[in-house]
Design a protein around this ligand. Sequence first.
Ligand SMILES: Nc1ncnc2c1ncn2[C@@H]1O[C@H](COP(=O)(O)OP(=O)(O)O)[C@@H](O)[C@H]1O
Ligand SMILES: [Mg+2]
Length: 234
Amino acid sequence: MAAAAVKAMGLVKWFGEGDARTFAVKDVSFEAHFGEMLFIVGPSGSGKTTLLSMISGILRPDAGEVQVEDRKIWSMTNDEIADFRLNTVGFVFQDYHLFPRLTTAENVAIPLILRRENWDDAIKVAETYLEIVGLKERTGLTPRKLSGGEQQRVAIARAIVGRPDILIFDEPTASLDGDTGRKIVDFIKKEILNDRRCIIIVTHDGRIYEYADRIMQMEDGKIMNTVQGALHEE
Ligand SMILES: Nc1ncnc2c1ncn2[C@@H]1O[C@H](COP(=O)(O)OP(=O)(O)O)[C@@H](O)[C@H]1O
Ligand SMILES: [Mg+2]
């Protein structure tokens, strides 16, 4: 069988020291595969964002390792990790992390510009991705002029513009209405999974569960249960 896209091995993360120490993630192991859309669901505070941060090279675990394709990311140098974050993963943060002084097209073009692609070409590609997420008319505006849902879609366009092998979304539809949320997840599934990428989505949003290939349920820093196929909310 082909190597896993992402293999988390015994991940542990705590915050605070001594009596104040709390474990956000407690010995989590799982694999995610190419061509798969894996959902991670669980109550607020169960460790989902902390887990995503460790598998995407943002937050160093206190124990454990993450293998992506065939590389152990937490054994890499800082430069290698930066390169990994630029070229291998696309991350959509819960609170978007857009640059307020850049236009939406410039925000989306950032991964391409960082790879030293030509500015005008990068903006053109960014505009096509903004069209895909339904923001064709917003390319010249700064994020402040956009609604929360529109900012979310800019963040999604920025995560997919560089065509990374692994896409990680933290609550991508939380501020979108049901139709827009489904449309975007449907697009991600049809257009992005086509290329056999691996997509990991943290969500509470029952309206999009039907798109999951597999659902992992997290509680109190641990994976309690894994369900094949979509959960259907009655
Ligand atoms: N930077 C931090 N400092 C201290 N505690 C944190 C930090 N980040 C997360 N935590 C704690 O870790 C636990 C898991 O948080 P988080 O991963 O954000 O959960 P979720 O994304 O499932 O809501 C929570 O108890 C949270 O308060
Ligand atoms: Mg979170």
